[in-house]
Design a protein around this ligand. Sequence first.
Ligand code: APR
Length: 179
Amino acid sequence: MRVKFGECLIELVRGDITAQQVDAIVNAANSQLAGGGGVDGAIHRAAGPSVMEETDRRYPDGCPTGSAVASGAGELPAKFIFHAVGPVWRGGTGGEPDQLKGAYRRCLDLAVEHHCESVAFPAISTGVYGYPMDLAAEHSLTSVRDYLQDHEQPSLVRFVLFGEGAFGAYSRVLEGMTE
Ligand code: APR
């Protein structure tokens, strides 16, 4: 599914984020940038050890929740990896929506700074971090749409969704944005 906002496109696909042919892919990292399972494990396995070496060297203090940092992409087809730290879901009253939106916005800022025309995101925080899928879809798509309407770049933002549930939730929200 694809929807245009001005000159920019938001696209939803099902699949594996590590296989995406885009300028930058986004990792769902933790604030220590210590690696993990899920998207993080898949990205580091596919990219090889140079990525963790680089993040250890450049970001010894990690990355705060709601933000992101950039590295090279090792053996992946992308040019960059943006390591985004989404919030752990604690019921929604601890600022989780603002933190999730902030993580997406920071990645889009990094994309512009690094001259990336295309970026692929996973559904940040919806795995181990427990963010409810419907709310994650609403908050992340709203954040990206608002950014594209304000900045008119990057040209392509692709959400790479792992399961049927994630794809359905994101599709419903994106469809609602066209009405
Ligand atoms: N490609 C795309 N999406 C994937 C992939 C993949 N290869 N693997 C998992 N997913 C999906 C999950 O199904 C989930 O919907 O990505 C979403 C995010 O899940 P997590 O990877 O668990 O990320 P998150 O909830 O943000 O938790 C981050 O988990 O792996 C650790 O180090 C990481 O501590 C951090 C935490």
